[in-house]
Design a protein around this ligand. Structure first.
Ligand SMILES: NC(=O)c1ccc[n+]([C@@H]2O[C@H](COP(=O)([O-])OP(=O)(O)OC[C@H]3O[C@@H](n4cnc5c(N)ncnc54)[C@H](OP(=O)(O)O)[C@@H]3O)[C@@H](O)[C@H]2O)c1
Length: 166
C-alpha cells in the first residue's frame, strides 16, 4: 500500500489530491514504476485524463459496476481479484494506491503486508480520510524526510511499515 496522509488523516477533497509535493509524487512514481497498481474507481477518475492510465504500470480498477470499462486497464470487482490477477502475472510487489474506501477495505481484510506512508506534518481540510492504524501491528522505519521549501511547501516524512508476524 502507498499513501500520503495529512496530520489529521485527510487524503483528499472533492475527489482530488490537495497538496502539491513533487518530491513525494516522484517517490510514488518511482516506487510503482512497472508494477501492478490497484485503485478504486473514484481514485482512477480523479487522475487527470492526460495522465491516466498511469503509464508504465498495469492499472487495475476496483468497481462494483460489472459494465465499467477503461481503455488499457484491467477492471475487477474486488481488491482480492486484483491481487490474484497481479500474482498470476508474476508480480512480486503489487501496490494498492487508494483511495480511502480501498485503503480501508484492504486493511480491514488483512490484505496488506507492507505500507509506504508519507506523513505530512500539516492539517488539511478534506472529505476523504486514511483509516486509523493499529500501530502495534506494524514495524516502522523512516525512509527519508523533507523540510518544507519553495518546491515542496510542507514538512513530511516517508515511513516504511512492515506487518509484524502474528
Ligand atoms: N493522499 C493519497 O495518497 C491518495 C491516494 C489515492 C486517492 N486519494 C484521494 O482519495 C479520494 C478518492 O477516495 P474514495 O474513498 O472517495 O474512493 P476510492 O476508494 O478511490 O473508490 C471508491 C470506489 O471503489 C469501488 N469500491 C469500493 N469498495 C469496493 C468493494 N468492496 N468492492 C468493489 N468495489 C469497491 C466503488 O466503485 P463503484 O462506485 O464504481 O462501484 C467505490 O465507489 C480522492 O480525493 C483522491 O484524490 C488520495
Amino acid at each position: 500500500m502507498i499513501a500520503a496522509i495529512a496530520k489529521n488523516n485527510v487524503i483528499g477533497k472533492n475527489n482530488q489530491l490537495i497538496w502539491n509535493l513533487p518530491r513525494d509524487m516522484k517517490f510514488f512514481m518511482d516506487s510503482t514504476m512497472n508494477r501492478h497498481i490497484i485503485m478504486g474507481r473514484k481514485n482512477f477518475e480523479s487522475i487527470p485524463n492526460k495522465y491516466r492510465p498511469l503509464k508504465n504500470r498495469i492499472n487495475i480498477i476496483v468497481t462494483r459496476n460489472k459494465n465499467y470499462e477503461a481503455n488499457s486497464c484491467k477492471v475487477v470487482s474486488s481488491v482480492q481479484e486484483g491481487l490474484e490477477y497481479a500474482k498470476k502475472n508474476g508480480e512480486a510487489e503489487c501496490f494498492i494506491i487508494g483511495g480511502g474506501q480501498i485503503y480501508k477495505h484492504a486493511l480491514d481484510l488483512g490484505l496488506v503486508d507492507k505500507m509506504y506512508l508519507t506523513h505530512i506534518n500539516s492539517n488539511f481540510d478534506g472529505d476523504t480520510y486514511f483509516p486509523d492504524l493499529n500501530h502495534t501491528q506494524w514495524d516502522s522505519k523512516v525512509m527519508f524526510t523533507n523540510t518544507a521549501d519553495e518546491k515542496n511547501p510542507h514538512d513530511f516524512k516517508v515511513v516504511e511499515y512492515s506487518k509484524k508476524l502474528a
